[in-house]
Design a protein around this ligand. Structure first.
Ligand SMILES: C=C1C[C@]23C[C@@]1(O)CC[C@H]2[C@@]12CC[C@H](O)[C@@](C)(C(=O)O1)[C@H]2[C@@H]3C(=O)O
Ligand SMILES: O=C(O)CCC(=O)C(=O)O
Ligand SMILES: [Fe+2]
Length: 334
């Protein structure tokens, strides 16, 4: 039998970035139980496309259980982890991100949250450690999906959109094309940092294509977001809270009023970073166009008409840092 192995990876392809220690303390923090949450959410989506939520109601136990299972998986011998890869896009991936040559100092597990799309590779992940891992993923994903829907409903209220489930129904649809990802960034080699004062890039700069992403990490720094003027700022980790990203699709649904946030992860020199991200997406057949109620009188859509399936197919032909939405923007006169 011929065993096909992945071609060797040239590590010099992984980019480095100047180490920064200062963290940004201007990230909006939204208390979901506050009566003003809806207005603060809209403001945060317009200004940053990124914010932190507290008082979210998800039991800490769901987070610690899943994190412990993820660590157990990433601690397995490489040959065992490789049985759950390569990602197609689902499954275990190591250093390669997506199908177009992006690389980073990362290993990960990517799943579909829709049982129809669960691949044999995702199943083999659970085979290593079946019921406990599977339950931990299911409990966690159901809980963060609820947070994502609550946030989207508050945003709809803040924007005075009727019905208030105009966005959240896309995630609640049984055909919703949502993903879940567990990322592990091992410590960046000390020697490299000592010699150059630089860190390896764990996950290169990009925007998330979906509607909304809900991120939780351990206590290790690394996540950075780009401000409107292009400067990068470091997000201080907070193990009790969720960080939320506006994705490209929410930018389209709000006709550019909200911006999808550019972000990246730098590996830490000393500590592993573990993160878990739920990417809430619409059904594949959903037409992505600005909701009529967000448009002012006479306002025209900034985007050509497309379905989520068309956008996703196009996204998977791009490199991480590409401006994926640019291909769908109307040019003058269109
Ligand atoms: C390089 C790529 C990886 C990615 C698919 C893509 O071609 C461009 C978008 C990337 C991204 C970013 C957000 C999520 O992590 C992700 C799962 C997604 O939906 O889009 C990844 C894709 C991936 O890793 O497969
Ligand atoms: O791991 C992180 O903290 C963020 C990763 C990310 O942006 C992604 O998986 O799309
Ligand atoms: Fe991302």
């Amino acid at each position: 039998m011929v065993v096909l192995s992945q071609p060797a990876l040239d590590f010099s392809l992984i980019k480095t970035c100047k180490s920064t220690t200062s963290s940004f303390n201007g990230i909006p923090v939204i208390d979901l139980s506050s009566p003003n949450a809806k207005n603060l959410l809209v403001k945060a989506c317009e200004e940053f496309g990124f914010f932190k939520v507290v008082n979210h109601g998800v039991p800490m136990e769901f987070m610690t259980k899943l994190e412990a299972e993820a660590i157990k998986f990433f601690d397995l011998p490489q040959s065992d982890k490789d049985k759950a890869g390569p990602p197609d896009p689902f499954g275990y991936g190591n250093k390669r991100i997506g199908p177009n040559g992006d690389v980073g100092w990362i290993e990960y597990l990517l799943f579909s949250t829709n049982p129809q799309f669960i691949s044999h590779k995702s199943i083999s992940i659970f085979r290593e450690n079946p019921e406990i891992f599977r339950c931990a993923v299911n409990d966690y994903v159901s809980a963060v999906k609820r947070v994502a829907c609550e946030v989207l409903e508050l945003i709809a209220e803040g924007l005075k959109i009727q019905p208030r489930n105009a966005f959240s129904k896309l995630l609640r649809d049984e055909k919703s094309d949502s993903f879940f990802r567990l990322n592990h960034y091992p410590p960046c080699p000390e020697l490299l940092q000592a010699l150059s004062g630089r860190n390896l890039v764990g996950f290169g700069e990009h925007t998330d294509p979906q509607i909304i992403s809900v991120l939780k990490s351990n206590d290790t720094t690394g996540l950075q977001i780009a401000m409107k003027d292009g400067t990068w700022v470091s997000v201080p980790p907070d193990t009790n809270s969720f960080f939320i990203n506006v994705g490209d699709s929410l930018q389209v649904l709000t006709n550019g009023r909200f911006r999808s946030v550019k972000h990246r992860v730098l590996a830490d020199s000393m500590k592993s970073r573990v993160s878990m991200i739920y990417f809430g997406g619409p059904p594949l057949s959903e037409k992505m166009s600005p909701l009529p109620s967000v448009m002012k009188e006479g306002e025209e859509s900034l985007y050509k008409e497309f379905t989520w399936c068309e956008y996703k197919m196009s996204a998977y032909k791009t490199r991480l840092a590409d401006n994926r939405l640019g291909l769908f923007e109307k040019t003058a006169g269109q």
